[in-house]
Design a protein around this ligand. Structure first.
Ligand code: ATP
Ligand code: MG
Length: 508
């Protein structure tokens, strides 16, 4: 018992230990007092010297708290050579017993790389890599942009151009914009339309109709036509805008739509529609002032049939196009392009038909068609307005009358002489109704008396004129169901030898 209690007593005394690096009050090379039961220690540790940038051994001496606070236990644990390159020896054999303790220094075998301070050299290195990455990405972006621009140019170059005199002309900026943005043919984005409308400068009035005025205007360097609607005609504006923006509506024989907008003119709203401008004006203007040869007649008739066939056609699929009937076909609503082809205009009265929904879209409109060109079933009110085909057939009746107006201006040689001849321009039924015929006037002439425009005998002397004379009669037949369709007229006219024609006709 006695030796045991002596040992306990020896352990319980305080010790004076040599201390360095772990002294109270940061004293250097001093001493410290352990609490009763404490130990003196000597420790070695691997530390990173920032100055020399190497790992070095660092020795510390000092007092270890008594065992119950983990002191001696720490001595035991840390004495095992360990991963942290730390070693410790403890003693309690007497004052300053740790002075000569020298625990072995075992540097770490696998030293994880210290978090190196970012030296200026490595900053340069990083900057170099970053700038190389930036340069490489910029190079890739430039290559991609160049490829895309080239592809777009190629696509534009391959786009079908207008036939004839327009064949060689470059596309104007506006045509390019409209062409690029409306691959599906549904027009420019509304914001672009508004911007164009704001930049328009009116030049002069070129025509006045019952519901609208048409102005020549300028957009940047280009001439455009601006149609302004009377304030009671917002339905016509809505309908025409809607029809022009119908998907797949764009066609070389349908007036090119550019923009629609509503401008505030003081206290009232001015609805406008901007389209391509055609200096020849309407077919009515053109035929009133010029005569045409059979080739030109053929091109006018063929292009009119092409435009109308496209309008009438319903295209299934995605995107698809509804069938559209015009309801106001006449020579004043057809424009003559510089290349001699027709462009159908004025869709304020048009109807759409979507077979999927089996619905006819007729705008609630105070406007009516032009009485002179009204089909007999419209005049005697026997037409079924729920059938799109009936509207199309009524259009074909009007086409018959327009072909007649064209044919009168087509000159043919006078037999036995070098001179040529043709009829003066005249609107259909000019000899049987007044200049502003009433509904009743037309009804009597077309339905009751069954009159149709006369066919001069000279028309039989030319192939084109004779064919067109036959077509017009089949178009204005009193029985709508036996009238030719626009597609049939187009196909019949496409049979003419391409060599015969002024401009090659694309047969689609
Ligand atoms: N895009 C255009 N380019 C050149 N001239 C045009 C264009 N659009 C219309 N015009 C001219 O303006 C005229 C007036 O057209 P508008 O549609 O207002 O009346 P209209 O067709 O003559 O008669 P209404 O529409 O009352 O039946 C046309 O007859 C034509 O001479
Ligand atoms: Mg018109």
């Amino acid at each position: 018992m006695a030796p045991k209690s002596r040992k306990k007593k020896a352990h319980a005394r305080t010790l004076t230990c040599y201390c360095d690096g772990s002294c109270p009050n940061n004293v250097i090379n001093g001493t410290c007092e352990t609490r009763p039961g404490g130990y003196c220690f000597s420790a070695v540790e691997e530390v990173y010297d920032e100055f020399t940038q190497t790992y070095e051994e660092e020795r510390t001496f000092g007092c270890m708290p008594p065992e119950e606070n983990g002191g001696f236990l720490m001595c035991k644990v840390a004495a095992v050579p360990n991963l942290h390159g730390k070693n410790i020896d403890c003693c309690n054999s007497g004052d300053l017993c740790n002075r000569h303790l020298h625990p072995a220094f075992t540097p770490k075998l696998t030293t994880p790389a210290p978090e190196l301070p970012v030296s200026s050299q490595s900053v340069h290195y990083l900057a170099m890599i970053a700038s190389m990455i930036i340069c490489l990405s910029a190079f890739v972006v430039i290559i991609v942009i160049v490829c895309m621009t080239y592809k777009r140019r190629e696509k534009l170059r391959k786009q079908p151009r207008l036939i004839g005199s327009m064949c060689n002309s470059q596309l104007s900026p506006l045509s390019q914009m409209v062409g690029q943005s409306s691959g599906s043919g549904s027009g420019l984005p509304l914001l672009v339309q508004r911007t164009i409308a704001k930049e328009i400068q009116m030049v002069r009035l070129i025509g006045k109709g019952r519901y609208s005025e048409v102005w020549l205007a300028q957009w940047r360097d280009e001439k455009v036509a601006v149609k302004t609607f009377k304030y009671t005609q917002e339905t016509s504006w809505f309908r025409e805008t809607e029809i022009y923006q119908t998907v797949l509506m764009r066609h070389e024989n349908i007036l090119g739509f550019i923009a629609a907008d509503i401008k505030c003119n003081g206290s009232w709203a001015q609805m406008i529609l901007i389209t391509d401008y055609h200096e020849n004006g309407s077919l009515y203007d053109y035929l009133s002032s010029s005569v045409i040869n059979p080739q030109k007649l053929h091109l006018l008739a063929y292009s009119l049939a092409s435009g109308l066939a496209h309008l009438h056609e319903e295209i299934f699929g995605s995107p698809g196009k509804p069938a559209i009937a015009h309801r106001d076909i006449k020579s004043k609503n057809i424009l003559v392009k510089r290349n001699g082809q027709c462009a159908i205009a004025d869709f304020g009265l048009a109807v759409k038909y979507i077979s999927e929904l089996d619905e006819i879209h007729i705008a609630q409109n105070t406007r009516v068609g032009t009485r002179r060109y009204m089909a007999p079933e419209v005049l005697n009110q026997t037409m079924n307005p729920q059938q799109i085909d009936e509207f199309k057939r009524a259009d074909m009746y009007s086409v018959g009358l327009v072909l007649w107006e064209m044919a009168r201006r087509c000159y043919t040689p006078i037999p036995g002489s070098k001179a040529t001849t043709c009829e003066d321009y005249a609107p259909p039924y000019h000899d049987v109704v007044p200049s502003e015929p009433t509904f009743e006037d037309m009804h009597v002439v077309v339905c009751v008396k069954g009159f149709r425009p006369p066919i001069p005998s000279r028309w039989q002397e030319d192939d084109v004129l004779a064919t067109i004379a036959k077509i017009m009669q089949e178009c204005w037949h009193p029985n709508p169901s036996v009238r030719l369709t626009a597609l049939r007229v187009k196909k019949t006219l496409a049979r003419f030898d391409a060599d015969y024609m002024d401009c090659p006709v694309k047969i689609v």
